[in-house]
Design a protein around this ligand. Structure first.
Ligand SMILES: Cc1ncc(COP(=O)(O)O)c(C=O)c1O
Ligand SMILES: N[C@@H](CCCC[NH3+])C(=O)O
Length: 472
């Protein structure tokens, strides 16, 4: 299909889905101008021109507002941002400035948070298989607390304290309450068949609590659970909280953390509980279960998802007669793995005409070498969609960039924050050179290119290798 050619063909006469603008899927500061959609006072088309595509765009005002709403609902000191949803230096600083603790789940996330200047005593370390190096860094730095997840981890903490004289660390005990919730099997964590935490069933959690309470290496300050993610019914989150509260009430410590999990709307028509609804349900449930101590939460998605959107450039439009239309963009499963991993659904719109009718039905796909590289299985799009159009998918601020990969050696996109008419790059776009630099034997790798003197291919060209083949 030639550039400029329009999609045509697969128009559904039945409906034109309501615009994402009016469905509440766009960031808070989104505004429709005659020239197209702007966020944070900046036209999306200008951002794409300046920074290229694919591009993650975050509305900084919305990120801050969500942080404030969470703190207002649960109280200062009771909200940790689950940085796995989206983390970079700017995001860590923003969450810290807004009074949130930072939940990190690996040495890398810990290092990013510390490197951003977040004080160690505002950081909480998670992980179902923390290694000694991660625990060593956390204990030496003096993190707020560690959420302990296994007997092996208790052993490691005790060894680090006894043999390396690392300070006593505050811990919360992660339990698997036997209540799981969430939009997909892969993101339900609280059931009894889970790699996370100590099971309440069979007395495992009780044994772990006794062990932690008696340990000279740690101070047991409470209990933690996380039942799952993208939960749209606050009653499910409250049921998990009640189950763990009953246990926590019999354990030393005054802190109960009930995890994250609050869902967001990805499609028009989905309704989601507010932070205030979530807090009201959880507080009522844990009080009812006999808990009168502190209640903490760790929202990730519900802080970051709607603040972010992804901009793509349409590269090809392929109409297969009697089958469907494929619209391909310049990213795909490497910047949004969620549809392939969980069957997650998204919407798309054109920033040049964000409220346009979207009667065309087409499969929105990426540029990767597999058929599963689908962003939206049946996207509703404007009928005049054409090659080289800028296209946006809203609500990609959580677990988009965070789970991005370099599949097919695609460099990961840049991330920009927009606010008050200005954009700043908070994560620069990767280059192909960045990727080649990791390849020790590659042309840009640390070993540098090497040419085997005198070596010839059968065709006669120089045989290039980082070092003579057969040497160590
Ligand atoms: C322990 C823990 N806390 C918090 C979160 C954040 O979850 P969400 O992004 O669903 O709020 C997760 C991930 O699901 C988690 O595993
Ligand atoms: N990666 C998941 C959420 C996992 C939450 C972490 N425990 C998602 O994209 O929905």
């Amino acid at each position: 299909m030639a550039a400029n050619q329009r999609a045509g063909g697969t128009v559904s006469p039945a409906s034109s889905a309501s615009s994402p603008v009016d469905a509440g899927l766009l960031p808070l500061t989104a505004e429709v101008r005659p020239e197209g959609l702007a966020v944070g006072g900046v036209l999306l088309a200008d951002l794409a021109r300046c920074h290229g595509t694919p591009l993650f765009v975050y509305d900084e005002e919305q990120l801050r507002q969500r942080c404030r709403e969470a703190v207002a609902a649960f109280g200062p000191g009771n909200v940790a941002y689950a940085s796995k949803a989206f983390l970079c230096t700017a995001m860590a600083r923003l969450a810290h400035e807004e009074g949130l603790l930072l939940d990190v789940a690996s040495g890398g996330e810990l290092r990013a948070a510390l490197g951003a200047g977040v004080p160690a005593d505002r950081i909480v370390l998670h992980g179902s298989n923390k290694d000694e190096a991660e625990l060593r860094t956390a204990m030496s730095a003096g993190v707020r607390h560690v959420v302990v997840d296994s007997f092996d981890e208790l052993d490691r903490i005790e060894r680090l304290h006894a043999e390396e004289r690392l300070p006593v660390v505050r811990v919360q005990l992660r339990v698997a309450p036997g209540v799981a919730a969430g939009a997909h099997e892969a993101i339900r964590t609280g059931g009894s068949d889970s790699k996370f935490g100590f099971g309440l069933a069979g007395g495992t959690a009780e044994r772990a609590a006794r062990r932690a309470a008696d340990s000279p290496a740690m101070l047991l300050e409470g209990v933690h659970a996380h039942v799952g993610s993208q939960v749209l019914d606050a009653r499910e989150l409250a049921a998990g909280a009640a189950a763990v509260a009953r246990f926590a009430a019999g354990v030393p410590g005054r802190r109960l953390t009930v995890g994250g999990g609050l869902g967001v709307a990805y499609e028009a028509g989905q309704s989601v509980p507010s932070f205030a609804d979530w807090a009201a349900r959880v507080h009522a449930a844990v009080r009812g279960a006999g808990w009168d101590g502190q209640v903490g939460v760790e929202p990730g998605r519900s802080i970051a998802a709607r603040a972010g959107l992804t901009l793509y450039r349409v590269g090809t439009i392929k109409r297969i007669e009697g089958v469907r239309t494929y619209v391909s963009v310049d990213g795909g499963m490497s910047d949004n793995l969620r549809p392939a991993l969980y069957g997650s659904r998204y919407e798309a719109f054109l920033p040049r005409s964000p409220r346009a009718d979207r009667p065309l039905r087409a499969r929105l796909v990426g540029k990767h070498c597999e058929s599963g590289d689908v962003i939206i299985d049946e996207a509703a799009l404007p009928a005049d969609l054409r090659v080289s159009d800028l296209l946006a998918t809203p609500v990609t601020g959580a677990y988009g960039y965070a789970m991005a990969s370099n599949y097919n050696k695609l460099p990961r996109p840049a991330v920009v924050f927009v606010r008050d008419g200005a954009a700043r790059v908070v994560v620069r776009r990767e280059t192909e050179e960045d990727l080649l630099r990791l390849d020790a034997d590659g042309p840009a790798g640390p070993a540098g290119p090497g040419v085997l003197p005198g070596a010839r291919r059968s065709g006669g060209g120089d045989l290039v290798a980082a070092r003579p083949l057969g040497t160590a």
